[in-house]
Design a protein around this ligand. Structure first.
Ligand SMILES: [Zn+2]
Ligand SMILES: [Zn+2]
Ligand SMILES: [Zn+2]
Length: 126
């Protein structure tokens, strides 16, 4: 996993993302790791993993930061630009495997963009 040094805290953090496409909020990560890893360490690890192209983050409409696993990213940049979907019923957020083209804006340089689609997830619809 790139240049991130493996530690127990890191293993615990990454195990939260094991075999899942779902995003996890920073708040939920801190809550489920609080027995073993302190809050500052969680934030520090998340920052580092994002720099290394292991995780990506985005902000939901309530201002909470969410993290999800990257596909094919590296420390030189994030290549996995995709929309995220938040269920307004259960609050679950996941990555959508869809291509989005960000339009170029004349005279401006785009550094990042995020698309958050809100609606009802497949679970809640059934
Ligand atoms: Zn990425
Ligand atoms: Zn739902
Ligand atoms: Zn994502």
């Amino acid at each position: 996993m790139g240049i991130v040094r493996r530690t127990k805290s890191l293993d615990l953090l990454m195990s939260q993302f094991a075999d899942s496409h779902d995003a996890i909020s920073a708040v939920a990560l801190i809550e489920s790791l609080k027995k073993d890893v302190n809050k500052t360490t969680v934030y520090r690890l998340l920052d580092r993993l994002e720099d290394d192209g292991v995780l990506h983050s985005f902000m939901s409409s309530d201002g909470i930061k969410w993290y999800a696993k990257c596909k094919g990213c590296s420390s030189s940049g994030h290549a996995d630009v995709h929309p995220h979907f938040q269920c307004t019923d259960c609050g679950k957020v996941d990555c959508l495997d869809l291509e989005v083209t960000i339009p170029s804006i004349p005279g401006r340089k785009i550094n990042s963009s995020q698309i958050l689609i809100q609606g009802t997830c497949d679970n809640c619809l059934n």
